[in-house]
Design a protein around this ligand. Structure first.
Ligand code: SAM
Length: 314
């Protein structure tokens, strides 16, 4: 978040005389407040969000220094409580006690909307279970912004978070989405972008797609093309700088049937066989890929036998 525009004057959310849009904001009522923060440009935070952050009993955040800088920029001092992946289980009971006792806590993440590939889901669940009011201030989120910029259909979309980092698991995850009639949205690390786009081109076919980079920042960029074009671009240009979201057209946008490799099919069958019968594995993969069920059954049967032999004969 280094390339932001100048800050809003301190005290945003408070009254300015004669300005009907700037009515005094009430102090935050008791409860858990889920507050979205900027994904790049520090101006992208609502007056209401600032008013809530200024008035809650404490602000739970992933990185106290980072959130402290954001709040300081807007002239807010707040009690910051560190709440991240590694301490959440330990810190959560104290937060729930504060909330159950009638206190107010805001939850923010490092950037964007909390809980979207960020901590918070269990805190929200436990707050509900404890009868605490859960509300918040919606705002920026990278996947939604990338989706609406992409030029791809927005009526139905699937958010896949981060794909697995290992190629086999990634391809398997993509195979399972092949027949989904919805635009697909993924987070991806710049380092894996080219390989990931290449796997998408192989498993999903030639589809329109977009890579949205550094959204709302100085070097914001949207690169559109087919999956193979984008894969080729990043393979030769190298890993881009900054943060990226990949948006991919749904199954109806595929121009050409993709060629699933035998290895992809076997990997998916193995994972389905780990949890189910040969018949179910063949039926699921047939539904996912459109490949004939009978062929998949024979293949799944062979793989299941192989697995059995391996288990018996180490
Ligand atoms: N909760 C956040 C949100 O609502 O946007 C997402 C957090 S997730 C841990 C971080 C990922 O979001 C990054 O790896 C990147 O894929 C994406 N992201 C966040 N900010 C971005 C930006 N300004 N431009 C492009 N992608 C961004």
């Amino acid at each position: 978040m280094s390339e932001e525009a100048p800050a809003t004057p301190a005290g945003a959310g408070q009254t300015r005389r004669g300005d009907r849009a700037s009515k005094p904001q009430p102090v935050a009522e008791p409860g858990l407040w889920l507050v979205a923060t900027p994904i790049g440009n520090l101006e992208d935070i609502s007056r209401r969000a600032l008013a809530v952050l200024a008035s809650v009993d404490s602000v739970a955040c992933e990185d106290t220094r980072r959130t402290g800088r954001l709040l300081a920029r807007h002239g807010i001092s707040a009690r910051l409580v560190s709440y991240h992946e590694h301490n959440a289980a330990r810190v959560r009971p104290a937060l729930i006690r504060t909330l159950a006792g009638g206190g107010s806590v805001a939850l923010v993440s490092d950037a964007g909307t909390p809980l979207i590939s960020d901590p918070g889901f269990k805190l929200v669940r436990e707050a509900h279970d404890a009868g605490v009011r859960v509300t918040g201030c919606p705002g920026p989120s990278a996947p939604l912004f990338a989706l609406i910029l992409s030029g791809l259909p927005t009526d139905r979309f699937y958010f896949g978070g981060f794909l697995p980092s290992k190629a086999g698991a990634r391809r398997e995850a993509l195979v399972s989405l092949r027949f989904l009639d919805a635009t697909l949205v993924f987070f991806e690390s710049p380092r894996r972008l080219a390989a990931s786009l290449d796997d998408m081109a192989t498993t999903l076919g030639s589809r329109p797609a977009a890579v949205a980079r550094e959204l709302t920042k100085l070097h914001e960029e949207l690169r559109r093309g087919t999956l193979d074009q984008l894969a080729g671009h990043y393979a030769s240009a190298g890993a881009p700088k900054g943060e990226v979201v990949v948006v991919v057209g749904g199954e109806r946008s595929a121009a050409v049937e993709s060629a699933l490799s035998d290895a992809d099919i076997d990997a998916r069958l193995d994972s389905l066989l780990a949890d189910g019968t040969v018949r179910d594995a063949a039926a699921t993969l047939s539904a996912e890929t459109g490949l004939p069920r009978r062929e998949l059954y024979a293949r799944a049967l062979a793989r299941a036998k192989e697995r059995e032999e391996c288990a018996v004969d180490p």
